[in-house]
Ligand binder design. Structure first.
Ligand code: PLP
Length: 232
């Protein structure tokens, strides 16, 4: 019982900070989607976060997500996939997730499109960008985003709604800000181009320790784990 109050309080605190940062950036808090990053959290904790009013939940691991999905953990809020996608598992999340945020290759676009067509649905996706070009990190390099967009334009069953990024952790907050600004500019540049099956409306960036800066830079979707559920 105690933890339920705690999750609800945490969601309220996060909402308040989101509102403050959003107003400072000249927007309205209602434009921001709060995604509870719920990896390792129990179905019960996730239900508490949804009851407390998060807009969506986000999971990282396919097996874990399908297990909790079967327990009804996500009912009442859209489910996002935010983790690294192994190509042999991509098909399993299509149709289960409302938004797949972590699509970072042309191969994944094709696989997801094929599965979506076979299910008779359109799968909404974001393109994950490796904005700092960090080796070992998931995400497509900024210079190669257009390859994905061009393929998406010819792929049935896919709708690209925007970009997602996990900029590198830096000691100084200012350093993050720079990558957030780079992402915002990419988002704007792509919005001005015209591709079929692409409708830029989501810029997903900002986590527990960085969402204020991300929002000030123009993010409209934040993925928050620790600040809602406590330390993993
Ligand atoms: C875990 C995770 C988050 C949330 O991280 P916190 O620092 O706990 O808020 C956001 N995005 C992704 C992709 C994650 O894996």
């Amino acid at each position: 019982m105690g933890s339920s109050t705690c999750i609800a309080d945490n969601v309220k605190r996060v909402r308040d900070s989101i509102a403050e940062a959003t107003l400072r950036s000249g927007r309205s808090p209602g434009e921001i989607t709060l995604v509870a990053a719920s990896k390792t959290q129990s179905a019960d904790s996730i239900r508490q976060a949804i009851a407390a009013g998060v807009d969506a939940t986000g999971e990282n691991r396919v097996q874990e997500m399908l297990g909790k999905h079967a327990q009804g953990a996500y009912s009442g809020a859209p489910l996002h996939f935010i983790g690294n996608i192994q190509s042999n598992k991509a098909a399993r999340i299509v149709g289960v997730c409302d938004l797949i945020e972590s699509v970072d290759s042309t191969a994944l676009v094709s696989q997801i499109g094929r599965k979506a067509v076979s299910l008779g649905i359109t799968q909404k996706i974001l393109i994950e960008v490796n904005v700092a070009g960090e080796p070992q990190k998931s995400g497509i390099l900024p210079g190669r985003i257009s390859e994905i967009l061009e393929l998406a334009a010819q792929t049935e069953g896919i709708k690209v709604l925007g970009l997602m990024a996990i900029p590198p952790i830096s000691v100084k907050n200012d350093e993050n800000c720079n990558y957030f600004d780079v992402m915002y500019q990419l988002y704007i540049d792509i919005s001005e181009k015209k591709y079929d099956n692409v409708s830029m409306q989501v810029l997903s960036m900002g986590m527990s320790d960085s969402y204020t800066d991300a929002l000030l830079a123009g993010s409209n979707m934040v993925r928050i784990g620790t600040a809602i559920f406590g330390r993993r």
